[in-house]
Design a protein around this ligand. Structure first.
Ligand code: HAM
Length: 414
């Protein structure tokens, strides 16, 4: 049997694993400042949670979901995103009966059967945030402020926000805009690609973010949703823009920004980096004020976003592993393991050679590990309860009692 990882999936080790942990840790710190609590939902959910919420006509539901049937014949899906699952939690546990607002963040793997390429995987990882129960554009503003603070915390430069408003379901708002857009697209229908021809009837807004150059040329002059908002959505969008200006958050308005999931209304946004190449979106989100209604619930104004960790990791500076401070060199396993245990117990990184190789080989290992101290436990030292402590930075070596050696190490390293 040939042991092989599944296509589009990867093991995260060393630098990648360190960067992921770092990005998650910083997110925890920053998001907590804004009152968000961590939530961990399962990877498997009922498939209909996503088909219903994300929309049957979307690529995610139509082409990319990992579906499976359990032993009882229930249709399950490996979550392609986190929002629907968090909404499921809020509804199932009647969270909004106990409080007016709920704010969650999450990390974790998501699954989409896409064509793998740089920055695009079939198992990828998101940091997501969902805020429930706030209608005011102040909640929208908070998303941007929190993201800005997070990007500062992880030293991420060269990222920008694109924003748009795709309105609401009021007949005078998005339905009217859709009509205007379809009428415009029909004029050049023959020139649009095959996918867009299908989308005119199923999901016309998605024609706006088609990457085909001819389609883009046509949609360059397409009507903008921003110009067709009802007064409520228009006010919401204008207030958000004013707030962003007041807080000096830089953004670009883009009429092409419509997002690939059907649950959005009003504000939508994406985080871009030119350094990501073709997969330039490091994250995206928006309002989903009508998603609860899709599940037969009362309306709950909501907003959130998700960042692609795999993509953020490509943009962030490397995170070095902290080297162990001490290498215990010796040939008597019991004596060595005792000292090693004592040092680790004090909270200091310590390594040794469990194979008790030659002195030369152990010195080489200590060098490679990048330690500051080598504690030598030769035959003589074991007999006398002492340690030959070599400081690799200063090059000095002294013979000390085990206690004195550990005290010296602690003094320097802690
Ligand atoms: P999304 O735009 O589908 O939104 O995904 C968010 C981010 O996940 C993307 O911007 C990208 O960085 C990353 N991503 C998506 N697919 C892949 C992939 N195949 N490989 C690597 N990275 C990927 C959502 O998922 C919404 N749930 C966000 C949201 C939360 N909206 C409201 N609340």
């Amino acid at each position: 049997m040939k042991l092989q990882i599944v296509k589009g999936m990867r093991d995260l080790i060393e630098q990648d694993a360190r960067v992921f942990s770092h990005l998650e840790e910083k997110a925890r710190q920053v998001f907590s400042l804004y009152g968000f609590e961590e939530i961990r939902t399962p990877i498997l959910e009922m498939a209909e949670l996503f088909t219903h919420g994300i929309g049957e006509e979307t690529d995610i539901v139509g082409k990319e979901m990992y579906l499976l049937e359990d032993r009882r014949g229930q249709q399950l899906a490996m979550r392609p995103e986190g929002t629907a699952a968090v909404v499921r939690h809020v509804v199932q546990n009647q969270v909004l009966k106990q409080k007016k607002q709920a704010k969650y963040f999450y990390f974790g793997p998501m699954f989409r059967y896409e064509r793998p390429q740089k920055g695009r995987f079939r198992q990828f990882h998101q940091i997501g945030v969902e805020c429930f129960g706030v209608e005011s554009p102040v909640a929208d503003l908070e998303m941007f402020l929190m993201l800005r603070q997070y990007f500062e915390a992880i030293n991420l430069k060269d990222v920008g926000f694109q924003i748009n408003s795709i309105g609401c379901m009021d007949p005078s708002c998005r339905p009217q805009y859709k009509q205007n857009l379809v009428a415009y697209l029909k004029e050049s229908q023959e020139e649009l690609c095959e996918d867009c021809n299908r989308r005119i009837d199923t999901n016309p807004l998605r024609v706006l973010d088609c990457k085909n150059p001819k389609c883009q040329e046509i949609t360059d002059s397409a009507p903008h949703s921003e110009d067709c908002l009802c007064s409520d959505c228009g006010d919401h969008y204008q207030t958000l823009k004013n707030l962003l200006d007041e807080h000096q958050v830089a953004y670009q308005c883009s009429h092409r920004l419509v997002r690939g999931l059907d649950y959005y209304s009003k504000t939508v946004f994406e985080v871009y980096s030119a350094n990501l190449g073709a997969q330039s979106a490091a994250g995206g989100g928006g309002r989903f004020d009508n998603l609860f209604e899709q599940y037969g619930e009362k309306q709950v104004p909501s907003i959130g976003f998700a960042l692609g960790l795999d993509r953020l990791a490509l943009l962030c500076p490397p995170v070095e592993a902290a080297p162990p401070g001490v290498f215990v060199l010796g040939f008597e396993a019991t004596a060595v393991s005792k000292v090693v245990a004592q040092i680790r117990q004090l909270g200091l990184g310590c390594s040794y050679d469990p194979n008790s190789s030659s002195m030369k080989s152990q010195f080489r290992q200590a060098d490679k590990a990048g330690v500051r101290f080598v504690a030598i436990l030769g035959e003589e030292e074991v007999k006398t309860g002492t340690v030959g402590l070599k400081d690799l930075e200063t090059g000095t070596q002294e013979n000390l009692s085990t206690e004195a050696a550990i005290a010296k190490i602690t003094e320097v390293l802690l």
